[in-house]
Ligand binder design. Structure first.
Ligand SMILES: [Zn+2]
Length: 196
């Protein structure tokens, strides 16, 4: 599930849609975590999908650090690439904001960090000052050290910001990170109010 302060917006016919913040999302906020409605598939299961589905796995799936193919049921699958992303994967399976994201900003990942198919090449027009022009899985080695550093800084901020997705995170992960002092879980509180 993606951070609740987001919405899907059309960009243009080439880019299609993108995911934009509807309120500020601070660095350190968890922006995506696997939830029970997301699908996790093996490569064999992806290859066995009926051709009649016309399913474009490269467009709609990403490969996590465990090599699993993830299909997000919500707008998370529309997050676009940037060579200077404001979101990145952690070793814990969830994604974190690695920069302050203002209301109206687009949420982005570096696709080269998300297990692109070997040999797959995407032309990039992200307009970042250091745009690589093309995105390839072979670039993962070049970018992951910088991303790991950005993720480490973001994790240091995590305990001090609101974490609407906290109810989706494993307590074991939180304990390992010393994040038991997370701020209020706004999303969980809303659910409680609706149910009463
Ligand atoms: Zn780029």
């Amino acid at each position: 599930m993606i951070h609740p302060a987001t919405e899907l917006r059309p960009i243009d016919p080439v880019m299609g849609f993108g995911v934009f913040a509807t309120a500020p999302i601070p660095r350190g906020a968890i922006v995506w975590a696997l939830d029970p409605l997301d699908r996790v598939l093996t490569r064999a299961e992806v290859l066995a999908l009926p051709a009649a589905m016309g399913f474009d796995a490269e467009r709609h799936l990403w490969i996590d650090r465990q090599g699993r193919y993830v299909l997000a049921w919500d707008l998370a699958r529309y997050v676009n690439h940037s060579c200077r992303p404001n979101c990145a994967a952690t070793a814990y399976g969830w994604e974190i904001a690695v920069a302050d994201i203002a209301a109206g900003d687009q949420l982005t990942n570096d696709y080269a960090d998300l297990g692109m198919t070997p040999g797959e090449t995407l032309a990039c027009r992200c307009n970042a000052p250091d745009c690589r022009g093309v995105v390839q899985s072979a670039q993962a080695g070049l970018i992951r050290a910088a991303l790991a550093e950005a993720v480490a800084v973001a994790l240091d901020c995590a305990a001090g910001v609101e974490q609407p997705l906290r109810p989706l995170l494993a307590e074991a992960d939180l304990a390992k990170l010393g994040l038991g002092t997370f701020g209020p879980a706004i999303f969980g509180q809303n659910l409680t109010r609706k149910a009463s």
